[in-house]
Write a protein that binds this ligand. Structure first.
Ligand SMILES: [Zn+2]
Length: 328
C-alpha cells in the first residue's frame, strides 16, 4: 500500500472509532500507531492539516473532535521523538513512552495569546493604563525571549489588538500547530476592594490589598493533566524568581470562589474559561500581576517585573518540552 493510502487509512480509523465510541481504546491506538510509524516525515507533517479537517468531519461532536485533535497531536510527538532518537522500533509504542522524549525547541510551537483587545482592553491599572497594553508588552517580550532560546516557532495571537473572538484564537493556535497555549493577562480585584483617588484631575481606582500572579487551567481542556503540569512548572519558575502567588481568586465572595489546585503555587481550576477549554493543546492562563496594586503596577512599568515573568515562561516552556507529553 502506498504510504499516502496508509496514512489516510490511519486518519479514517481514528475518525471512525471516535464516531462509533466517542473515544479511542488504547489497544486500537497502538495498532494505529504501527501504521503511522511507516510514514515519511513529510507525511507525518500532513497530520496537522488532516487533523484540522477532522473537525469538519465530526460536526456536532465538538468533544470528540477535541479528543481526535489531541490524540493526533500526541501521535505526532511520539513519531517525532522516535525519529529524533533514531529508533523506530515498531513495537507499537503508546504515547506514554514519550516520557523520555527529546525536546526539539525549533518545532515545539508555542502560542502566546495576548488577552483582550484595544476595543475591550480588560482591567484598568491604578495609573489608568488598560490591561491590554501590559499584556501586549509582556507577550512581545516573551515571544522574543522564547525565539532567542530556540523556540523559533513561538508566535503571538492578537498582537495588534484588533478584536478577535475566543474561538478564533484557539483556531489560530491549532492551525499553526501549537503544542502549548499560554494566555497572558494582568489581574484586578473585585470592586468591593477598590478605593478611589484623583490622578491628573481624573478619578482612578486602585487596591493595594493583593499582589502577585495566578495561573488557571481548565478540567475541560483535552489535555487537562498536561495543562496542569505546565501550570505547576510555570508557577515554580515564577517562585524561583521571587514572585509570589495571589490567592484572592479563592475567596468565598461573588465573582471569585475559584478552587485552588495548589495554594503554594497559585494554580487554580477554572473549567469554563473558553480559551482553555476550547484549546486543542495543553493550555494555561497567566494573570502575571495585579495592576490595580500601585506598587506592583510600578514594578511592571519599570520592566523588572516582566523581566522575571519572561524568564520564568522561557524556563517553564523548556522544562515542559523536555519532559515530553507524558512526563511528570
Ligand atoms: Zn484579562
Amino acid at each position: 500500500m502506498a504510504l499516502a493510502a496508509i496514512f489516510l487509512d490511519f486518519i479514517n480509523n481514528v475518525r471512525d472509532k471516535l464516531i462509533d465510541g466517542w473515544f479511542i481504546a488504547r489497544d486500537d491506538l497502538e495498532r494505529d500507531l504501527e501504521s503511522f510509524e511507516r510514514l515519511s516525515d513529510e507525511e507525518v507533517l500532513l497530520t496537522s492539516h488532516l487533523s484540522y479537517r477532522l473537525r469538519g468531519r465530526i460536526q456536532g461532536r465538538p468533544a470528540a473532535a477535541e479528543i481526535a485533535l489531541g490524540s493526533l497531536q500526541d501521535l505526532r510527538f511520539v513519531r517525532r521523538d522516535q525519529r529524533d532518537a533514531g529508533s523506530i522500533a515498531g513495537s507499537g509504542a503508546a504515547p506514554s513512552t514519550a516520557t523520555a522524549a527529546a525536546c526539539v525547541p525549533s518545532s515545539f510551537g508555542i502560542a502566546l495569546d495576548i488577552g483582550h483587545d484595544r476595543a475591550h482592553p480588560g482591567a484598568i491599572g491604578a495609573s489608568g493604563t488598560p490591561e491590554f497594553e501590559y499584556n501586549q508588552l509582556l507577550g512581545r517580550a516573551a515571544v522574543a525571549a522564547l525565539r532567542n532560546a530556540g523556540f523559533a516557532t513561538a508566535f503571538l495571537i492578537e498582537e495588534r489588538g484588533t478584536p478577535l473572538g475566543i474561538e478564533e484564537r484557539t483556531r489560530i493556535a491549532a492551525e499553526r500547530h501549537a503544542a502549548l497555549l499560554l494566555s497572558l493577562h494582568h489581574d484586578s480585584v473585585q470592586p468591593r476592594y477598590l478605593s478611589e483617588r484623583t490622578v491628573a484631575g481624573r478619578p482612578q481606582r486602585f487596591s493595594d490589598l493583593f499582589h502577585g500572579f495566578s495561573i488557571f487551567v481548565s478540567g475541560r481542556n483535552a489535555h487537562a493533566k498536561q495543562s496542569e503540569r505546565f501550570a505547576d512548572l510555570l508557577a515554580q519558575a515564577l517562585l524561583t524568581r521571587g514572585l509570589t502567588p495571589s490567592l484572592h481568586h479563592a475567596q468565598a465572595i461573588p465573582g471569585e470562589n475559584r478552587p485552588l489546585l495548589n495554594a503554594r503555587l497559585g494554580v487554580y481550576r477554572f473549567d469554563d474559561l473558553v480559551i482553555l477549554a476550547g484549546a486543542s493543546m495543553p493550555a494555561a492562563l497567566l494573570e502575571s500581576g495585579v495592576i490595580v496594586n500601585r506598587a506592583e503596577e510600578q514594578a511592571i512599568r519599570q520592566g523588572s517585573y516582566h523581566e522575571a515573568v519572561v524568564a520564568a515562561v522561557v524556563q517553564a516552556v523548556g522544562d515542559f518540552c523536555r519532559r515530553g507529553p507524558g512526563g511528570r
